[in-house]
Design a protein around this ligand. Structure first.
Ligand code: DP6
Length: 360
């Protein structure tokens, strides 16, 4: 597969005014994507759990137009959001050659997140993948013969050009992005459903997201990825991520939860270590992030639980645990961890199957 596979063919007819709608989930990386090159290409392979409850629903209204250039408006929760326009414009410019109809229509993008906008949860993965799926739904109207596989691949390919991690939000339960010799079919161009065996221990894996800091991101992901250029440990980090992915394969197959914990927590801390050792340097964890981590470690030691944590590029903590331990760990979270959340806020989520078309 190359980019050529996704180039658009000229369209022979015009669509009447209409609308399409998709709901797409967020995802949480187990092996992290941090560092990119070229046009949104990852420096290492990453793998994520697709989530279920944290999602974005987007409706794309389209209408043929004659005026030159791109024409779109974005509404979040019914409110016009001019602040999102530069990001969407950049996205449209990047994908123009892959969707030739883009300049032929006026668009109204209406988007709703299931999680509060100010929660500190990145909406770019769910938001960009939902928009990419809506655009593919239009593409399918021009080319009804495209296969389901091609539809998913190209949606992921387009989503990647909007936000790297968004390419892992199309399908589930586990998605790999980035070429890896041990994962057949993996590619830098789009995310693929993890093609190898997954033990039942990982079915319906729980993710309770503890909202430690609900403010604006201190470091945008664009700035963060950039810090990996000229980073003294960059090459070692990319190699480590690829090795961690390889180590996860037998763990996912055998259901080895101790092995899983070791890799997932190490990945989270390595990601943050990269930020602490870049120039300029950042500490994105808050004191409460560390309190939560220590409580999790103590609880695990005391009870033998298989609960663990992971982090994104921020202070919030994703608490991961098997469905079998759902009740006990949830009780522990409520009793011991919620006190460290800002305004006691947290979100209960679990592994999901991927995006859904919405019929309206
Ligand atoms: C820390 O996908 O937000 O969440 O490609 O610049 O949009 P852009 O970056 P983004 O980076 C996410 C990084 C991460 C780790 C991960 O999800 O793998």
């Amino acid at each position: 597969m190359t980019e050529q596979n996704f180039l658009s063919k000229p369209y022979s007819y015009t669509l009447e005014k209409g609308q399409v709608s998709w709901q797409s989930p967020s995802n949480i990386a187990l092996v992290k994507y941090w560092g990119k090159h070229g046009e949104q290409l990852p420096k290492n392979t990453s793998i994520s759990f697709t989530l279920s409850n944290c999602h974005t629903q987007t409706t794309l209204f389209y209408e043929p137009k004659t005026k030159a250039g791109f024409d779109f408006e974005i509404y979040l929760d019914g409110k016009l959001e001019e602040g999102f326009e530069p990001k969407i414009l950049k996205f449209f410019q990047r994908i123009e050659n892959y969707l030739l109809f883009l300049k032929e229509y006026s668009f109204k993008i209406e988007t709703f997140n299931s999680f509060p906008h100010s929660s500190g949860i990145a909406s770019s993965a769910s938001g960009m993948s939902a928009l990419a799926l809506c655009l593919m739904e239009m593409e399918r109207k021009f080319n009804p013969e495209i296969s389901k596989e091609y539809f998913h691949q190209k949606a992921s390919f387009l989503a990647r050009l909007g936000s790297g991690s968004a390419c892992r939000s199309i399908e589930g339960p586990l998605v790999v992005w980035g070429e890896h010799s041990k994962v057949i079919g993996s590619t830098n161009l789009f995310g693929i459903t993890y093609p190898l065996e997954i033990h039942k221990n990982f079915k319906k894996y729980q993710d309770t997201i503890l909202l430690v800091d609900q403010g604006e991101k201190q470091v945008s992901s664009t700035v963060g990825h950039d810090l990996m250029h000229n980073h003294p440990f960059a090459e070692e980090r990319f190699a480590q991520a690829n090795t961690n992915l390889e180590k996860l394969i037998p763990i996912l197959k055998s259901g080895n939860l101790d092995g899983f914990i070791e890799i997932v927590e190490s990945e989270a801390l390595s990601l943050h270590a990269m930020m602490m050792t870049s120039m300029p340097y950042f500490i994105l964890m808050k004191p409460n992030t560390l309190e939560i981590i220590n409580r999790i470690w103590e609880y695990r030691k005391k009870t033998g639980s298989k609960v663990c944590f992971t982090l994104d590029a921020g202070a919030n903590v994703h608490v991961l645990y098997p469905e079998l331990e759902k009740k006990q760990v949830y009780d522990f979270i409520k009793k011991e961890l919620v006190a460290y959340c800002q305004n006691s806020k947290y979100i209960c989520d679990l592994v999901g199957k991927g995006a859904k078309k919405v019929y309206i």
